[in-house]
Design a protein around this ligand. Structure first.
Ligand code: NAP
Length: 453
């Protein structure tokens, strides 16, 4: 049974029967049949459909944001921006796919040689609940523009968002069965990947899910892109603009109720400005309004599920056991809903096992360091390598440190974010492969060599 539960109230909104293996297989057969003609459509035709999808998303931004608020607790103001961003990525690939996929001539081989980027078949997207529209559209837009078909196995707690995405693409005029939402749980992913028509999988989720699905992809010799968790460092040097750094620190840690892969999770602050940074961050986080995600004034909604909240509380308790001092928050409030308060913990031993984990909620760990060397070492001392930021008054010094941070992206004096123009992804336990930009659209294509003698 797949259930949609409102995390602000705990009430079940709707339940869905999980598809049988036969239904899943028949659907994949239908998608495979739809892929052949789709792979031969003109790029201009695909682009027109994506542009229409963008318009439909924008026209329905209020209702779709309400749906996210109801299904996974995202405050509606943030949900509306997510819908806008989903529209933007559709337009980006509608505009740029032809350029990114243009055949490239190679001189000096035969009388003519070139490399082209050809579609591969069906791509399976295994997606998380935290950005239920953006995560899907940022892979659907390039996948479809490249001439592939796509099947979506969305997180089990957002089945209604999954259905709404299929509806948007359907209304945009995508031919039947080129994109299908599979109403299945994690247990059926293995069979989907084994289907002959499925060429690869992109998974966005925890590293545990990534390890499991990447292994299945490997056994089936299917391509995979893994966008996994993170524990992004946020390094503050003594000469940083503290006003700006604190403002971004609060936003980065608490937006989407702290449930973002590229949220800053570990704040590494030079001792000269440490006390001031912690005090100001406490003020900033205290001022955030927590409550009904349907209220446009709300900044912090409930966490997506009560189970996730209980896991976060357990991690907070382990931080305290590891010497951590609770400067703010740290315990589950009374009342209904999966709410968790903004929390700041200082003094945790950097060696504690919990510091190696991802804290997926509004909980900031702040560390005091005495040198840039110490800051870099601490920044790199986790299994993850997704994003990170450096805050420095001297921009060159910021760049110097950025070069020493081992992550898929580093931002200097700016919020770590994703945007269609830039490649996005991680290293180490944060995964491999890239989404977005030219790099993203070339993940699921046949890089084909043609030579004329
Ligand atoms: P999750 O529990 O790993 O689930 C993600 C997806 O994988 C869901 O559809 C889930 O299905 C499926 N799944 C889980 N275990 C699986 C398995 N063994 N075999 C097949 N499928 C499996 O993650 P989440 O709680 O939804 O999302 C939060 C995580 O995503 C965080 O770690 C966050 O950092 C990461 N994330 C990463 C990025 C990035 O771009 N790097 C972006 C956003 C989020 P069910 O729901 O049915 O279990």
């Amino acid at each position: 049974m797949i259930r949609s539960v409102n995390p602000a109230t705990g009430q079940v909104v709707q339940t869905f029967e999980e598809w049988s293996a036969d239904t899943t297989r028949e659907t994949l057969d239908g998608v495979a049949a739809a892929w052949e003609p789709w792979s031969e459509t003109a790029l201009s035709e695909r682009a027109a459909i994506l542009r229409k999808a963008a318009r439909i998303l924008r026209d329905n931004r209020i209702e779709l944001a309400d749906l996210m608020a109801m299904e996974m607790g995202k405050p509606v103001t943030q949900g509306r921006l997510e819908i806008d961003k989903s529209a933007l990525v559709c337009e980006y690939y509608a505009e740029n796919a032809e350029r990114h996929l243009a055949p490239e001539p190679v001189e000096g081989v035969g009388s003519k040689a070139f490399v082209s980027y050809e579609p591969l078949g069906t791509v399976l997207a295994v997606m998380p609940w935290n950005f239920p529209f953006w995560q899907v559209f940022r892979i659907a837009a390039p996948t479809l523009m490249a001439g592939n078909a796509m099947v979506l196995k969305h997180a089990s707690n957002v089945p209604m968002c999954a259905q709404a995405i299929e509806k948007v693409l359907d209304q945009a005029g995508l031919p039947e069965n080129v994109f299908r939402t599979l109403m299945i749980g994690a247990g059926q992913v293995e069979n989907v990947l084994a289907h002959d028509s499925v060429a690869g999988v992109c998974l966005t989720g925890s590293d545990a899910a990534g390890r499991s699905v990447a292994a299945v992809a490997g056994r089936n010799l299917k391509r995979s892109v893994m966008e996994l968790g993170g524990s992004d460092p946020f390094v503050v040097l003594a000469d940083a603009d503290l006003d700006k750094a604190v403002q971004v620190a609060v936003c980065s840690r608490c937006k989407n109720t702290g449930q973002a892969c590229i949220a800053a999770k570990r704040f590494i602050v030079m001792e000269d400005v440490y006390d001031e940074f912690v005090a100001r961050m406490k003020d900033g986080m205290t001022a955030l309004k927590m409550g009904d995600p349907m209220d446009p004034e709300t900044y912090l909604g409930p966490m997506a599920t009560e189970v996730l909240r209980a896991e976060l509380q357990h991690q907070v308790d382990r931080c305290v056991e590891a010497g951590g001092i609770l400067v703010l928050g740290g315990s589950v409030p009374d009342g209904p809903g999966a709410f968790y308060p903004p929390t700041i913990i200082t003094n945790v031993s950097a060696d504690a096992a919990v510091v190696q984990e991802e804290l997926f909620g509004p909980v900031a760990l702040v560390f005091k360091v005495g040198s840039e060397q110490e800051a870099v070492e601490l920044a790199n001392a986790t299994p993850y390598g997704l994003g990170g930021s450096v805050w420095a008054g001297d921009g060159n010094k910021g760049l110097e440190l950025a070069a020493r941070i081992r992550t898929g992206s580093v931002f200097v004096n700016a919020l770590v974010s994703s945007t269609p123009e830039l490649p996005f992804g991680g290293i180490k336990a944060s995964g491999y492969g890239r989404e977005l930009s030219a790099w993203g659209i070339r993940e699921f294509v046949n890089v084909k060599t043609t030579v004329v003698g």
